[in-house]
Design a protein around this ligand. Structure first.
Ligand code: FAD
Length: 364
């Protein structure tokens, strides 16, 4: 049986960021991932946007970790030469009726200490983005895009240089608590004993918590999967900012937005609908919804939209439910000391990843 001090479950961006940070201070850190490499799920199936923190309730973990994490990621990207572009974004009001919500969003962003927010009038919007239809827009200068694959690669490499072990094809199938540690069984027959566990298993983080004996239903830690699809378009060119509509009033998602990648190519999405199975297949069932949403702020023809990719969010917020924050807790109170859960790490999880790792370090 392998004995380890700290076992991190999950090699998405959160697990990698945690491995990198903890391996700076601790000697015996092992990360296990069930796939053959890192970031095969949400961490490589997202908008690759570095968020500013304007959307989330004041003092929520999402707000604080997003604002702090953004700064940390920009510094890290610069240090490690990770491709990124601080392009800024425009949240557009497409009718007079939407202006109060836009102003409220600015106010919320300011409460969360997001700096540089400005309201632009129609003329200024046209000057910046001639193809975009907007009566007013909220300009968010700190938003950017990043090459998330290279970001994860650098985190993995830093963790390994610090002495951490990252092991792939290792699916955790059970976790049992001992008096002073945990026994972990893997699908390939291996067995580990760990002093402490950090659960960063994304879409399956509630299952891992359940395995150790936490009643996730009673504790309201059951995850709800919410799919988001993207369309790409090569018809639209010369866009310089990310373009967002006003967010969904129920807080389920940010609205079907326009992003550019580091090559300037345009993508639309994601939409949001709850699903029961982990299935990344796509078809055109939602194309009309996309066309309707996109054409509010930019003209695009049906033939110019092509299915691209999709991802699945791990949400604590059930369909029709209220806002839920990231859950990042050490579980002594539930009877599981030295077991840290990271559950419900949906957007802005990429942006917040390095700040989440610092939070986990504090909990240890
Ligand atoms: C459509 C979409 C768009 C998004 N857009 C953005 C954005 O623009 N900006 C932003 O900041 N955030 C965005 N997010 C959120 C962001 O992608 C996630 O918050 C982040 O990737 C979560 O990382 P993670 O490491 O927690 O999860 P994951 O990346 O899902 O990693 C979890 C890992 O755990 C592994 N695992 C699971 N079970 C086991 C097991 N039993 N044993 C071993 N390993 C296991 C999985 O294989 C997986 O690799 C978006 C998410 C989605 C879905």
């Amino acid at each position: 049986m392998e004995k380890v001090d700290i076992l991190i479950i999950g090699g998405g961006i959160v697990g990698l960021a945690v491995a990198r940070t903890l391996s700076e201070d601790y000697e015996d850190v092992v990360l296990v991932e069930k796939e053959e490499t890192f970031g095969r799920h949400a961490s490589s199936r997202n908008s690759e946007v570095l968020h500013s923190g304007i959307y989330y309730p004041q003092n929520s973990k999402k707000a604080k970790l997003c604002v702090n994490g953004l700064e940390m990621i920009y510094d890290y990207a610069q240090l490690k030469k990770i491709p990124y572009f601080k392009c800024g974004k425009l949240v557009v009001a497409t009718s007079e009726a939407e202006i109060p919500a836009l102003l409220k969003l600015k106010e919320n962003g300011e409460k969360n200490s997001v700096v540089g927010l400005e309201i632009y009038d129609q003329l200024k919007c046209r000057e910046l983005e001639p193809q975009i239809k907007a009566v007013k827009a909220l300009f968010v200068p700190s938003t950017g895009i990043i090459d998330t694959h290279t970001l994860m690669e650098k985190m993995e490499s830093d963790a390994e240089k610090n002495g951490a072990f990252i092991v792939y094809d290792m699916e955790v199938i059970s976790v049992d608590s001992l008096i002073d540690g945990y026994i972990i069984n893997f699908a390939n027959g291996e067995v580990f004993e760990a002093n402490r566990i950090i659960n960063c298993a994304g879409l399956h983080s509630d299952e891992i918590a359940n395995m150790v004996g936490i009643n996730v239903k009673r504790e309201k830690l059951l995850l709800h999967w919410c799919k988001g699809e993207y369309y790409k378009s090569n018809q639209i060119k010369n866009i310089n900012h990310l373009i967002y509509p006003l967010p969904d009033p129920k807080g389920i998602f940010l609205g079907i937005h326009l992003t550019i990648n580091l090559r300037g190519e345009v993508r639309f999405g994601p939409n949001a609908y709850y699903v029961d199975e982990l299935n990344y297949n796509m078809d055109d069932s939602y194309k009309n919804d996309f066309l309707k949403a996109i054409n509010k702020y930019i003209e695009v023809e049906e033939e110019a939209l092509h299915l691209d990719d999709c991802g699945i969010r791990s949400k604590l917020q059930p369909e029709g439910g209220d806002f839920r924050d990231f859950y990042i807790e050490e579980e002594s109170e539930k009877g599981f000391p030295n077991f840290i859960n990271c559950i419900g790490i949906e957007s802005p999880g990429i942006t917040a990843s390095m700040a989440i790792a610092e939070e986990v370090k504090k909990l240890l």
